[in-house]
Write a protein that binds this ligand. Sequence first.
Ligand SMILES: [Zn+2]
Length: 292
Amino acid sequence: MPQEKPLKPLPLTSTPVDAASRRAIEPTICYSVETLPRPDLSSYQALRHDLDLIETIVVPPRDAAAWKVPAAHFCRIVCSEGPQVGDLNLFNLHNLDERFYSGKTRALHGTHVGRGDQLYSNFPYLRPLATITHDTLDWYGFDEFGGAVHDVIGTRCDPYTHNLLSHGGQYHHCCHSNLTRALAASTGMELEKAESHVHDVLNVFMCTGFTRDTGQYFMKASPVRRGDYLEFFAEVDLLGCLSACPGGDCSFEHSSDAATCHPLQVEVYKPRRLPEGWAPPRQNPYDRSHGL
Ligand SMILES: [Zn+2]
């Protein structure tokens, strides 16, 4: 990925004599995975072969749709026709102020999520909204460029950044706008109010990473194919909102009508029983005194 001009100016500060030893210090994982509560995946797995499909929602290309997932139900996001990336927002159905927290989910699970990872909500709730129970792209791993699927590093394509980068462009089918319209339509909120609830997404099926040399966010054609799906278990009653990104498979461009786009399908499944030992996660019990 050659740069036409340097991304950042050259350093003004001379390199200290001990630079090599400072750089050689080994990193530490920020959050201990040993103490992170983990779901009992086998209890979910035991239910997956006996599910009743109760609702199917089609998300049109370059548009979004919202739907409800009752707690203890499964939900699949399906690549139903052709390679297509989806931008997912999740809310507590009964309190839209509680929503998916991409940043903390990333800090806990890494840049890309998969089976067994839990999608956490924002402060002060900080609890799992959903648990990923199946991923037909779990074979992909990290490729030679450092790319992987289902990222929590991108934010969502949006008309403001597009305007900034295109020097005044007005494009209305970025995921941010699609999610805003769908949320407004499903809740009855004014568009402006709905927009304030749209948050950083889980980029379903999107293949992304950071360049090793410049640390820039990159995307490449998603490996998703027709029939692939990402499945999660709703830990609480959820309102989901999904945009079929105008970038299509995100191989070369988004924020325009240039890419080939496909619909996505959302399927909600009811299990015959609850996972053994499962209980809805409670709100984070930090006392919120903040030292006072
Ligand atoms: Zn998008």
